[in-house]
Design a binder for this molecule. Structure first.
Ligand SMILES: [Zn+2]
Length: 96
């Protein structure tokens, strides 16, 4: 499965409200910043897949940050649930 940057939020995972400038989860990718791309169709990455694709997302996010000129780590909107899930897996917990 190919994963591409969300065309709606450009990988940010959120969009700014035009009226008050508040940040809202991107409706296109659900806040992940990336989507599955298959046969020309974009599809949300379901939360249940986060752990499985976290390495791929991290690589894509790093690439995006470098494009923007960041060299260190940056805030990753999709990262919270991903890392938590990953951390749970690494610690051998079920996530409950
Ligand atoms: Zn998006």
């Amino acid at each position: 499965m190919t994963i591409i940057r969300c065309v709606s939020c450009d990988g940010f995972g959120w969009t700014e409200d035009d009226d008050d400038g508040s940040a809202q989860d991107c409706a296109w990718c659900g806040g992940v910043g990336y989507v599955y791309h298959e046969n020309g169709i974009d599809r949300r990455i379901p939360p249940t897949d986060y752990a499985a694709v976290s390495d791929q997302l991290e690589a894509l996010e790093l690439e995006r940050m470098r494009e923007m000129g960041y060299s260190g780590s940056a805030k990753k909107p999709w990262d919270q649930p991903v890392r938590q899930e990953r951390g749970n897996l690494l610690r051998g917990k079920s996530g409950t």
